[in-house]
Design a protein around this ligand. Structure first.
Ligand code: CMP
Length: 137
């Protein structure tokens, strides 16, 4: 049993597809162990995406992630990190396999509907960034 962090990004929240995206997770064996809707401050977003600070798209990424509310979730299940990434599809929706969340809901490589932790180690850090232990059930 693993836990991973999922973010439904501002483009998908604005499109009112929170429920449709959560349904993909639940239908495929993942459980929502924690959930909240919030709007990231620039400071929050910069800390969360610290590893991308030197990338040319960093400032645009921060602008975008703070442009509207997001939904953050802890997903739990067998192989949750890999399963979530499989359900999301490739970062660039043009390359995402048919039937994946990004193929069906994302607009662009930046407005790509969802974020998911890329490893178990990062999942633990990302979960701790958003949730206290007592909020994960
Ligand atoms: P995410 O999984 O949230 O992790 C970092 C984000 O940066 C990524 O999804 C994309 O939204 C964004 N990103 C990655 N590569 C690019 C790129 N080449 N141009 C713009 N945004 C990018």
């Amino acid at each position: 049993m693993e836990r991973t962090l999922s973010i439904i990004k501002p483009d998908a929240v604005a499109k009112n597809v929170i429920g449709k995206i959560i349904d993909r997770f639940e239908t495929n064996g993942l459980r929502v162990a924690a959930i909240k809707k919030l709007q990231l401050s620039r400071d929050d977003a910069a800390k969360f995406y610290e590893v991308h600070r030197e990338r040319p798209f960093f400032n645009d990424l921060i602008d975008y992630m703070t442009s509207g509310p997001v939904v953050v979730m802890v997903l739990e299940g067998e192989n949750a990190v890999a399963k979530n990434r499989e359900l999301m599809g490739a970062t660039d929706p043009k390359e995402a396999a048919p039937g994946t969340i990004r193929a069906d809901f994302a607009e662009s490589i930046e407005a790509n509907a969802v974020h998911g932790s890329d490893s178990l180690e990062n999942a633990q850090k990302e979960i701790a960034f958003f949730f206290a232990q007592r909020e994960i059930l």
